[in-house]
Design a protein around this ligand. Sequence first.
Ligand code: ADE
Ligand code: ZN
Length: 325
Amino acid sequence: MTDDFFARLPKAELHLHIEGTLEPEMMVALAARNRVSIPFRSVEQVRAAYRFTDLQSFLDIYYAGADVLRTEDDFHDLALAYFDRAAADGVVHAEIFFDPQTHIHRGIPMQVVIEGLFAAIDTARERHGMTVELILSYLRHLDEEDAFATLKAAEPWLDRIIGVGLDSSEVGHPPAKFARVFAASRERGLKLCAHAGEEGPPAYIHEALDVLRVDRIDHGNRALEDPALVARLAREAMTLTVCPLSNVALRNVARIEDHPIDRMLDRGLRATVHSDDPAYFGGYIAENFRAVAQARGLSREQVVTLARNSFLSAFLSDEALAGHL
Ligand code: ADE
Ligand code: ZN
């Protein structure tokens, strides 16, 4: 399989944080445009800081980087640059996370964030024929009351938001902490996702299923430690949106050669491959496919299954799904 094969293979991106597509070049440019000071003098210095030891060491830099995003144009430019890259990577449909609390807590109104993203989404449709949905992700290191305030602040745009997610520091912030706001989100017709089992234990995946009643699990790698959980996930055809280069960068997997993606498929799990925070982890979705396929010696059939799973796992209408399969 050539590099071109991975880039041409049509796929849906289901696990991507738009703030995680902020390339060092854009970080430096937006810092200058908005006169924001960042602790780096050059693009090289920014890149040199991207050596992570765990999730938190990444999140500290990721939240600091997001501080350069100030205006509707900034969110538009960030997202459009991502959609252009994604189109070149064979992405025909994307369901992207955004973290409103990261911005609201810095005094950037929800409207600035969402209108900037919507404008870019409209251009992506015209320019690439790409369909894009937004997933509002709650920050789990904050309390549930803050998540409720975020849901309320998003009220005017909820008819154009497909779902909610749960991200940020996992250990010590179990899914059950957000039981009520997930129930309220479901009542508003939103789909539900949660990061679980990235660093947290298998018990967090059980909670995401039983307490939050999620439609998709983001990451889910640690399910492999619990055979009964694996059997359940397989039986329920529950998607795990897996991010190989992220797993290596955050040291959840020692080397890409050790990645469990094929073990997941062999155990009947509906795994998909995505890019998480590609500007920080060294590659967009086609590179995640290529790297893990090459390192694990995946067959063409396995790679096609991963791409097909991305459409089966997307929040698409039956009609739109049929058009992609
Ligand atoms: N926010 C952005 N990327 C994340 C990740 N991989 N895990 C948890 N929260 C995140
Ligand atoms: Zn993520």
